[in-house]
Structure formats: C-alpha cells, structure tokens
Design a protein around this ligand. Structure first.
Ligand code: HSE
Length: 440
C-alpha cells in the first residue's frame, strides 16, 4: 500500500518526539499498519532544527499554510498549541479535506464543538489522544474500551506540574512558593505557571473527558476551576495525620440532577491508588456501571510519551481512512446526532465531603458553637479535633464532614466566620472517598 503522508505543524518537544518515534519504530509501525508513514512536510521557524530531526526527504517550510494546502498530505498533525493560529489552521485543514491529529487540549475544550461539526461535514477525522494525560491512552479507553458502559464518574490527576508540587509539599513539608521555584528550575513548570497551578490545564482535560463520557458538547465554561496556589502546607500535613492525601483532581460525575464538572484540591484516603500517584505522573480513575472501577496510570507529559499518543492517532486514522464516516469512531464517542447538552450543576449543588480548618479563640463553648452551626445547616461531622493552641489565645480546629450539599457547607462557613471567637477565614478543602458507586 502507498505510504500515508503526514504534515507536522511545530517541531517543539512533542513534534520532534513524534518524528523520532516514527523514525525509530518505523518497522514496527509498518508491521502494524500495513503501510509506511511518511513525514512529507514540517512547518517550523527553525530550518536547522528540522534538518537535525527529519530525514533529507522531508520538506521544511516556515509557513504552516503550505502544509495544510499540500495536495498530497493526508493527515495534518497540529502541535503549535494555543488557540490563535492553531484554530485557523485546524479549521482550514479540515476545510481542505485533511484529517487532523492534535495534542491541543485548550483548542478542543474551548472550540471543539465547532471543530467536530466541521469535521463531520467534511467527512474527516480529528483525533486527540495526546490532548489528555499525555501518553496514557485514556481517550481510546473512553471512546472505545468502555463503550458498553454508562460512565458514572471520572476523577483524575491530570496535571503533572501540580502533582509534583503537591508531592514535594507533602514529602518535605515545604511551602508552595518554594516548591514552585524548584519545579521551574527542573523545567516542569512554565515560567508563567498559571495554567498548570490554577487548574486551567486540568480543566481543559476534564472538560474533554466529560464530553466523551456523557455524550455532551464540550463545555469548558461550565468547569469550576480552583488551583493549588493557595494551599497551606499545614493542611497537607493535617490531612496526612488524618489518613488523607491532597491531590488536584479533575472530577466529572453524572447524577439524576445533572453533570458535575470541576477541578480543585481534594482530600482522598491514602489507601486509594490515586492517592499514591506521585511526582509528575498522571492517573485517571473511571467508574462505570458494568465494569466498575478502572484506573489508567502513566506519564502525562514529555516528548516521547506524548509523541506515543500522537503516533497512535496517526495509525488509527490511517486504518480508518477508507472506512465510510458512519463506521468510524465518533469524535465525542457518541453519534454526532446523539451528542446532547445536559444540565451542568452549579457548584452550590454538588455533593461532597469537606475538610475545614478553623482558627478560633481557645475558650469554653467555641467548639460547641461551631458544631451547632454545622448541625443547623444539616452538616454531619465525621471527625473534629483541636490541633493545638497556635499562640497564647488561638486554637486550630480541624473538622471532617460527611457528604453534604455544597451550598449548606458554604452557609455554615459564613456563619462560623461571623462568630466573634473566629478570627480568620475558614479553610475549606473538598474530600472524595472514591470507593463507592457515587464515588463520594
Ligand atoms: N503542563 C501539563 C502538566 C502537561 O503539567 O501536566 C501538558 O498538558
């Protein structure tokens, strides 16, 4: 069979990794695919870099539009990232009848509906395994491996930078700001780390997984984002003393009331597998009605792991290129006509358990007042301990609650903060036990 021709936009970490994977594993890839994959053209501003990475046969251009216009290119691999030029290029490539592979989570979480609609219209495939959790084949699992199931909950550690920072804070007792500097020095965190540490990157990834799990359009606007930058190492320590680890989780869950879509620091029991995913590694737990709980673990970033996902997409598209569009795997896992918006729950409506830390005067009756306010809002206490007196007059009280509606815990917190004996804002971190059918 004649080789499949690809054009790559961007020869950064992932792009040069993809060229390397295609070259190093060319024989094995051909054995699987039944044809060769030929890198016909790359778009990069550094001709020197392209020459170092690609074979002499690969054409090099500084103009990415040369790639998407090239009549012999079957698949365009978009690795520029971002939503400016990448969006125009992807839409134009689809208009030109090219299949697309992209690692661009931001583009798909924010503009996926427009991109997939155009792809349907033009009968082309858009594959995006590398957009979520790097080298872990979670898109394949959600779109195909679990297709016999009703998916109930997905909870994932899907930002390696944040997980590295939280792991270091726990192991060394260091403060957030110090570990962030270390992560930047090691090259894990970007110079502007906002996207990673404030939950945007994880939000893009859980938004894409939520759409695939529940057959809804992508809806990043509905995703609640809370990052790790305000976490105090004290709370990580107290959580550990109580048998919990703090992880930045992306969570999506479907109930009769609607769909939850959220990213925030979360206490999880230390016995859960997810609690033991450390450093820059990623892991995604999926709870589905027939199979039960499955867990996917691996590198969520890096040149070769992410390139492994990109090349798998190239192979998948090459296999299905001659299949009629009705027999291909749908972009959002469900037939396009069956992708339907569902009610997205407001954060006040979600059900969770909570960790609270209250700084209050160390005097008789304070604990009783706090417990009464929680009871008034129908919040049931699982554990309540006084951590000690932090100065001559102030005590720290740590409370774990049973599951409750978020609105009620927020009401209780407002009332606790209004007490004369409470002197600073209450710290609230959500908790998930991840062990039952609801995953609460
Ligand atoms: N910046 C991401 C992370 C990797 O830290 O996991 C790319 O999505």
């Amino acid at each position: 069979m004649k080789p499949i021709n690809i054009g790559i936009l961007g020869l950064g970490t992932v792009g040069s990794g993809a060229v390397g994977v295609l070259r190093n594993n060319a024989a094995e890839i051909s054995r699987r695919l039944g044809r060769d994959v030929n890198v016909l053209m790359v778009a990069t501003r550094s001709e020197e870099k392209a020459r170092a990475v690609c074979t002499p046969e690969t054409k090099v251009t500084a103009d990415p539009f040369d790639v998407i216009k090239h009549p012999e290119i079957d698949i365009v691999v978009e690795l520029f990232g971002g939503t400016d030029i990448a969006k125009d290029l992807v839409l134009q490539a689809i208009e030109n009848g090219k299949h697309v592979v992209t690692a661009n989570k931001k583009l798909l979480a924010e503009y996926g509906n427009e991109i997939f609609a155009l792809a349907e219209q033009k009968n082309v495939m858009v594959n995006f395994e590398a957009a979520v959790a790097g080298g872990i084949p979670i898109i394949k699992a959600l779109r195909e491996g679990l297709s016999a199931n009703n998916i109930r909950t997905i909870a994932g550690i899907i930002n390696g930078t944040s997980n590295f920072i939280l792991s270091e804070m726990r192991e060394k007792g260091s403060d957030f700001a110090d570990v962030l500097k270390q992560a930047q020095a090691l090259g894990y965190a970007e110079a502007d780390p906002t996207f990673d540490i404030e939950g945007h990157d994880a939000g893009h990834k859980i938004t894409i997984m939520s759409a695939l799990a529940f057959g809804t359009p992508v809806n990043f606007n509905a995703c609640y984002l809370e990052g790790i930058s305000k976490l105090d190492s004290r709370d990580i320590k107290y959580a550990e003393e109580l048998g919990y680890r703090v992880k930045l989780l992306g969570i999506t869950r479907k109930s009769e009331k609607g769909i939850e879509l959220r990213v925030h620091p979360t206490l999880i029991p230390e016995s859960r597998l997810l609690a033991n995913v450390n450093g820059v590694m990623n892991a995604v737990r999926v709870d589905a009605d027939m199979v039960g709980e499955t867990l996917y673990y691996g590198p969520g970033a890096g040149s070769l792991p992410t390139a492994s996902a990109v090349v798998a997409d190239i192979i998948d598209i090459s296999r299905l290129i001659t299949a009629d569009s009705g027999n291909r795997v749908p972009h959002l896992a469900f037939q396009a006509s069956e992708v339907k918006a569902q009610r997205m729950l407001d954060m006040d409506e979600i059900i969770s358990s909570y960790y609270l830390r209250v700084e209050a005067d160390d005097k008789p009756g304070v604990l009783g007042q706090i417990a009464n306010l929680l009871a008034k809002e129908n919040v049931s206490i699982e554990a309540l301990i006084q951590k000690g007196v932090i100065d001559k007059t102030n005590a720290e009280i740590v409370i774990l609650t049973h599951s409750t509606i978020e609105k009620q815990i927020k009401n209780a917190i407002a009332e606790i903060e209004a007490l004369d004996s409470v002197n600073t804002p209450v710290v609230m971190i959500r908790m998930e036990s991840l062990h039952d059918k609801r995953g609460e």
